[in-house]
Design a protein around this ligand. Structure first.
Ligand code: HEC
Ligand code: HEC
Length: 178
């Protein structure tokens, strides 16, 4: 077949099947955990924007989202009631008006794209919790990816930082924690 026809056939195949790279990323995340309804508390620790980033399969578009855990231990429970603060490129760390979101029972938080479409890079991302004096702050800036789990995935290794946590050790948690 002619080269032109070949390109047209490839384009048609890509068009009709969606983006195969994207589909592979979605499939790699597997199915829903049994007992967890599809919604705000599902898929803790996963890169939410793989599905909620505008390419589907989720209709709801999120701009920045992730999961916060209590401690650095790989089996740490999630942290409910933490405030996640995020600055974007239009906001100075001192005196800007950062966006904040509070984690739910699964440790998940999210910003909907309709409520906030940040200008990258994101910076001075921090986690605060009542009874823990100093915020846990990230110094690295985020260039383009709104999923915390794109970098914060377990197990911690050379290429990943491990999940996002409030304190290193259980002993550092405020007294009333479960
Ligand atoms: C593998 C794909 C996938 C991942 C990863 C994923 N979700 Fe979802 N999520 C869905 C689908 C599909 C729905 C069904 C509703 C829809 O289409 O928006 C949904 C629904 C939701 C809803 C309810 C939407 C509504 O309109 O009722 C919220 C909130 C949500 N997810 C948050 C998250 C958060 C936070 C994360 C990351 C911790 C996450 N999701 C990770 C696929 C995913
Ligand atoms: C581009 C990669 C990347 C993304 C995306 C990212 N982080 Fe980080 N994060 C890092 C690195 C690397 C560190 C360790 C160095 C530092 O503190 O900057 C870190 C450290 C942290 C820390 C300090 C405590 C700790 O775990 O060491 C917090 C809190 C944190 N990140 C929260 C977040 C949250 C919340 C998000 C999503 C909104 C996020 N990060 C997205 C790379 C990333």
């Amino acid at each position: 077949m002619t080269r032109r026809f070949y390109f047209a056939a490839v384009l048609l195949a890509v068009w009709s099947c969606g983006d195969p790279v994207h589909d592979t990323r979605v499939d790699a995340l597997g199915g829903e955990k049994s007992g967890v309804p599809t919604g705000p508390t599902h898929r803790s620790g996963q890169p939410c924007l793989t599905c909620h980033g505008g390419q589907g399969p989720a209709d709801l578009e999120l701009s920045v989202a992730g999961t916060i855990y209590q401690t650095a231990a790989p089996d740490s429970p999630p942290l409910e009631g933490a405030t996640v603060t995020v600055f974007d490129a239009t906001q100075l760390a001192d005196g800007g008006a950062p966006r904040t979101a509070v984690t739910n029972a699964a440790g998940n938080f999210s910003f909907r794209r309709t409520e906030w479409a940040p200008v990258y890079p994101l910076h001075d991302i921090s986690v605060t919790f009542p009874g823990v004096a100093a915020p846990t702050t990230m110094h690295t800036t985020v260039g383009r990816d709104g999923s915390c789990a794109s970098c914060h995935v377990d197990p911690k290794g050379p290429a990943t930082h491990g999940h996002v946590y409030l304190v290193l050790e259980p002993a550092d948690l405020p007294g009333a924690m479960p």
